[in-house]
Design a protein around this ligand. Sequence first.
Ligand SMILES: Cc1cc2nc3c(=O)[nH]c(=O)nc-3n(C[C@H](O)[C@H](O)[C@H](O)COP(=O)(O)O)c2cc1C
Length: 307
Amino acid sequence: MIKPIYFAPLQGYTDDVYRRIHHELVGGIESYFTPFVRMEGGGVRTKDMRDIRPEFNKGVPVVPQVIAKTMKEFTYLTDIVEAKGYKWIDINMGCPFPLQAKHGRGSGLLAHTDIIEEMAKAIDAKKDINFSVKMRLGWESKDEWRPVLDILNGIHLRQITLHPRIGIQQYKGELDMDSFFEFYAGCKHQLVYNGELKTVKEMQLMVERFPGLAGIMVGRGLLARPWLAAEYESGEEWPEEKRRAMLHEFHNRLMAHYETTANSEAQLHGRLRLFWEYMEEELGRKLHKKIMKAGNLKNYLAAVREV
Ligand SMILES: Cc1cc2nc3c(=O)[nH]c(=O)nc-3n(C[C@H](O)[C@H](O)[C@H](O)COP(=O)(O)O)c2cc1C
């Protein structure tokens, strides 16, 4: 049973350039969720606006995500995304960064059911836009999702993605699969699982365990192996030669783009090295370290040639 695979939003990694190259070169992804668009100083961050420019996302199935703590922020951000022509918007109720969560955004919003109720009313009133929610079990307690799911069950939503951790765990620690099961049993919407899937086998096992899932969302597993969803979809493993050729091509295309936008060699180097950050297993410890610790662009490019 093959389910759609969604590329998780990863702030700093899966920007418009990365998503477009991944889509053209690798594939296997139903939709790419953008890193959250947020407000700063009364407007939207310039970087976030750039990331959702329709001209840079042409032909790529992209779902913009917004993060808001009040109805004012919610309305402002969703209006902007809608004005860009998008018909599906994802709402972030999962971000664990203390700077966001402690201000009531992301997983910090989950305890504020009064605001979620207002947002739910606004979502339900907008019939021409599909909304989805990406969330955790809570910020501090694993039961915060219960009243939230009651609210969300009462409105029209495209889907919910659940990462079964609480915010204070950040991206580590045990996944609470018992709570995931309870959520799965009580959720009236299409449900997508997210968290720690790194191999095709793990993806298949998750779908076998929860056959009612509408899909699975993968983040770091796809940064580590960009071909993971393509392998899952085709059922065929990519041989090393194909993987290496793709990595070089991907990196060349990233470099060709960032060479035109980076302000300095150091900035170009800084952006490019992130491409390999999660690839220690693929590259081997020694080469990975050499790439990550190259120190300057020249040494870095010499190390990349060894891939
Ligand atoms: C560096 C980093 C940035 C992230 N940025 C976002 C974000 O902007 N929006 C969001 O909903 N989740 C964000 N996440 C969470 C991921 O989308 C995902 O839920 C999490 O990594 C768990 O999935 P995984 O184990 O497959 O990586 C981020 C995670 C990391 C590690």
